[in-house]
Design a protein around this ligand. Structure first.
Ligand code: FAD
Length: 222
């Protein structure tokens, strides 16, 4: 579940020395509302049961990193996101969700509630309506459980991006290494296509991948 906000002014942490964030550069992602590991586990257990036990999640001010996302001087866009159940009375409780999330952010960001110009709530149901392959609002195109990650994603036969159909390759979040905006599976798919067609892969490997291969495949096997 995501609440997107447009705000007047960039959200700034409340001047509370206890949060340890004063004077630091804008964080890309800030986790708000959890009191420790047990709290996170309880929260996720609640989501599995179809409940929202509290509002807690992560928050990003995108315009702190890409000012072109706002065409109005001094106005910003930001979003709060958290795991949430699909089967939940989203329509009836829409206003309450926005109110709770705004209050949570207001508790951490100076004058946040007063700065809100507009907001949009995207629920697991509306994500599925907008992007039908995100079934039940699964933004990573499929669950992250042991049966669906690593070489099981999407299946043992196809996690190397190749399919049973010659010339057809898979990319995207539903294939190893999974979702987020990392482009990993597309990179792997492009590599497999070049490999299968005796074409030199035209890109350098990222440094982290080079280090991984040197560590785990010192004999040069890839
Ligand atoms: C609201 C929301 C917030 C998110 N927030 C984050 C975040 O903060 N950080 C993060 O890392 N990840 C986030 N994600 C997840 C991330 O966006 C996805 O994991 C990622 O975009 C998946 O990439 P993909 O290439 O597999 O699929 P997509 O980005 O969904 O791309 C699939 C593309 O295929 C096209 N397509 C579909 N069918 C066809 C067809 N038949 N013919 C031609 N084209 C077709 C679609 O139009 C689309 O352009 C978020 C997702 C959502 C919905």
């Amino acid at each position: 579940m995501t609440v997107f906000f447009a705000t007047r002014g960039k959200p700034e942490f409340r001047a509370n020395p206890n949060n340890g964030m004063i004077g630091l550069p804008d964080p890309f992602n800030t986790i708000i509302g959890f009191d420790g590991t047990d709290d996170v586990v309880n929260f996720l257990d609640g989501v599995e049961r179809g409940e929202i036990t509290k509002f807690a999640g992560h928050f990003t001010v995108e315009t702190a990193f890409d000012p072109t996302l706002s065409q109005k001087e001094g106005e910003h866009v930001c979003f709060f996101q958290m795991p949430a159940p699909y089967d939940w009375p989203w329509e009836e409780r829409r206003d309450e969700v926005i109110r709770e999330v705004t209050a949570l952010l207001d508790a951490h960001y100076e004058g946040f509630a007063d700065s809100v110009l507009d907001c949009v709530l995207e629920t697991p149901k509306s994500i599925e309506q907008r992007i039908p392959c995100m079934r039940r609002g699964s933004i990573k195109h499929g669950d992250y459980n042991p049966l669906q990650v690593g070489n099981n994603r999407p299946s043992v036969e196809m996690s190397s991006n190749r399919t049973g159909i010659r010339g057809l390759y898979l990319g995207g979040a539903s294939v190893f290494p999974g979702g987020m905006v990392i482009g990993g599976s597309g990179y792997n798919a492009a590599y497999a296509i070049c490999d299968d067609n005796d074409v030199k892969f035209p890109f350098e490997r990222p440094d982290k991948v080079k280090k991984y291969l040197a560590t785990y495949f010192p004999d040069g096997k890839d």
